[in-house]
Design a binder for this molecule. Sequence first.
Ligand SMILES: [Zn+2]
Length: 454
Amino acid sequence: MKRLFLLIPIVFICFPGLSQSPDSLLIRKIFDNALNNRDAYNNLRQLCGETPGRLVGSDASIEALKIMKNYFEQMRADKVYLQEFTTDAWMCDSASVFLVSGTGKLKLLHCDALGPSSSTPEMGITAQVVEVHSLDEVKKLGKEALESKIVFYNRPWDNSFINTFYGYGNMVDQRGRGPALAAECGAAAVVVRSVTNSLDYYPHTGSTRFGEVKIPAVAISTLDADLLSKTLENDPGAKINLFVEAKDLKQITSYNLIAEITGTEFPDEYIVVGGHIDAWHNTQGAHDDGAGCVMSADVLRLFKDLNIRNKRTLRAVMFMDEELYQSGGVAYAESVKEKGEKHLFALESDGGAFTPRYFTVSANPEVVATLAKFQPLLHPYGIDEIKAGWGGVDIGPLKDQGIPLAGYGTDSQRYFDMHHSPNDSFDKINLRELQLGCGNMAAFIYLIDKYGIE
Ligand SMILES: [Zn+2]
């Protein structure tokens, strides 16, 4: 007992900076609060429960803005306002895919339309299927082989990537550019294997970019993709009947939501923290990206509750339309430029609310090095690295204005099980992981606001 007594002062003498610095104490306070507060969790429950399928242009997207606006007002943020802009949008009413065997037997596959797929005739399109594994293969086959056929992109996920975002990047060209290329080759429609590592019956939708010609395009579940592939091998007469009912909306009005806590020393300098409020039509959008929105909102709440007096104006942005046309992020950056608003830094969370792992910084190497020095202070809370990397889709357009960007990185292993599918629902959210995200984002912003970036 006596010995233990002697040891304690020695420990403090050896590590006075780390255990007792004002920053580490303040960050501890942030986490004490974050880990005992359920606002973000409750907000996310409400977003998921009341506004699933909140794609830009939908009524749900406007309701979602109202929920968060109401929350910021209750919190008594200094400013809460909508930033209006116009954009094209798209709405899917229904989609179906039947596998039609050579003998005429029908099997319904799990599918959903990619955005912005065009519609089929009322009876759908029935055609032979050509399975391919790359865009190059489609180029080689060309019009001769693909005219009036349904092109089926079926290159599977490569499981050897440790960070699943690389697995996604390796596969997503089939969804993103595959339909446009097939359309150029005269294909009648496209079916894409869902871009996920998970073998399941969820269709994982997502955006695709067309050129001049638009054709119907859908994702089918990975298990159905395997079934379709096998069927085509054994039954060359097999076809697909594909139906999509969707419409393009031209130049609609939509909004980003902005909430601010005014800076005490440099009120005209801004630090942005944000996520995207929209979600695909087939999902609650819990991890993607309701979580990013409620965690960003919680950063403001933490500053207010703990009376942290931010020097710069802290701005939470709920970006609209990350998923379809990225119009909210573009509108925000245009407004920054037009008003000449000085932005010190922008942080986005769009990787789900899983166990915290890192922040990635998109800026010059000196800025990355400066921010990396904060890592030891965040290490107790799960941040292993602050390193060069990706900022985010919504804040991306700010890059042209030389603004340092960062993304909040969580453990990536489960994200794509859910991504863009009905599986991304509120029950997949872990309270503590979400709270740790709130704490880490707030602590990182606190340090950047306090010390600047120069
Ligand atoms: Zn997202």
